[in-house]
Design a protein around this ligand. Structure first.
Ligand code: ATP
Ligand code: ATP
Ligand code: MG
Ligand code: MG
Lengths: 253, 253
């Protein structure tokens, strides 16, 4: 089972959009996919056509440390979802004093054994205990990245956090991919930042680029990934290409 | 002193961009302005041309609960800044067990008495203790809002949190403004969501709309507000208009 965590503490860079559309694209390539929503805002849950868990529910069956993870099929994406809800905020507060507080998600996912080929984890925009659980449960990190100044600033601190975590715990989370999202090739800013990424991260900057495409922003209001909303949109095809590039790298290794 | 908190737990909706450019526009209108950065990512700090505080510093002089708030003039915006840094993460963890943990910022700002006409507070993308401190220290809430599905979903939970906070504590934070940001009038999605906002929030939806404008995204890499980077850009003028609309409402009351 490949476990990929999608993280970036900078807000609004396309984490959830990448999680949902990558899951749907991998499912279209006949992989069995599980999408875990670690954000209490539950955007990956509602974007997959599933109701957010209410306060009590999210604690009882949330992905963190409970024996029985609630797993629900997405409405139309062909992948499964571990849903989230606002109760995950209280759950995080409880975890702070628990033993092995960073490994709760990892424990839950291990119970599943080989029911899925890929597990994709969507994180909130913070380096908090929920995101740390995602980093500890995964082997590969995918960082969605808008080619803008604040996002570039945040990348350094994210990678530092990952390095520190790996050193402290002996975990070996690998930076698998940096993916440029909402990419607008016409602006000088995008070109400058994109060049900086290419020179600093030649190995991990994916060649697939996700363009800004309004279909990607419309699809969630129908609870669908772009693949079932508008199969030929530029954004949809870009995520299919991303899934192809990812599979090629991960299944070759 | 008018204290305005800029909050929205949805990431990437333009909180920092609004905080910086509103501060600079109010300063251009001869108001004395203080910008408080409550986000450990310190985007409002670097976007104002100031170095992030290093780990130790941020704890010693951070805006939360210390007698001496560090106040530094912005590089070119004509407003003052209470800077932030990654140390604010540890500071938040310390606060969790402190007395009056939600009122630390409010206490610090009261020490300043009437040194400024406006205090603008930039929040991280989370409803955590840092943001709660911002909500408790302010009288007026401004919510930057992208006209997209996930941002609309998040608005309801933000306003619920505010209502709950006001009831529980007797505080009276008022929703002063919902401001549409990165606005692209050409898309159906933007029009639909904009109409929904207009029908649900007729009193608080500001008529000033901030267009998507690359100059607003370029300015932070020079550590400047748009007003000193590109004074005639569409985005710059929109923020001047926003400051005008805000002053008209707040100084009339
Ligand atoms: N390539 C794209 N083209 C157009 N719109 C996009 C694209 N990717 C994402 N969006 C839209 O941009 C907004 C931000 O994306 P998204 O919510 O996926 O980011 P996020 O990193 O998950 O945000 P958060 O930090 O709040 O979790 C959403 O409204 C989404 O629909
Ligand atoms: N009107 C605009 N036009 C073009 N780009 C914009 C506009 N407003 C903000 N941006 C850019 O969009 C990105 C997100 O904006 P910003 O960082 O201000 O949002 P935020 O809500 O503060 O994010 P976070 O949730 O991470 O704190 C930034 O790269 C910023 O430069
Ligand atoms: Mg998200
Ligand atoms: Mg910000």
């Amino acid at each position: 089972m490949h476990t990929i965590v999608i993280a970036n503490q900078k807000g609004g860079v396309g984490k959830t959009t990448t999680a949902i559309n990558l899951a749907a694209s991998l499912a279209a390539m006949k992989r069995r996919v599980l999408l875990v929503d670690l954000d209490p805002q539950a955007n990956a849950t509602t974007g997959s056509g599933i109701e957010k868990l209410d306060d009590e529910e999210a604690i009882a069956v949330s992905s963190l440390g409970r024996e029985e993870m609630k797993i629900i099929p997405s409405k139309s994406g062909g992948y499964d979802v571990v849903p989230s809800g606002p109760g995950l905020i209280a759950r995080e507060a409880e975890l702070r004093t628990a033993e092995n507080r960073e490994l709760q998600l990892d424990r839950s996912l291990r119970q599943l054994k080989d029911s899925h080929d890929y597990t994709i984890i969507d994180c909130p925009p913070a380096l908090n205990l929920l995101t740390i659980n995602g980093l500890r449960a995964a082997k590969n990190l995918l960082v969605p990245m808008q080619c803008e100044y604040y996002a570039l600033e945040g990348l350094a601190s994210l990678l530092e956090t990952v390095e520190h975590l790996n050193e402290k715990t002996g975990h070996n989370l690998e930076l698998e991919a940096i993916v440029r999202t909402m990419f607008d090739p016409r602006t000088k800013l995008t070109q400058q930042i994109s060049e900086e990424l290419a020179s600093h991260f030649p190995e991990t900057l994916f060649s697939t680029v996700i363009p800004r495409n309004v279909r990607l922003a419309e699809a969630p209001s129908f609870g669908k990934p772009a693949l079932s909303y508008e199969p030929n949109a530029k954004g949809t095809l870009a995520y299919l290409a991303l899934a192809g590039e990812l599979v090629e790298r991960m299944e070759q290794e």
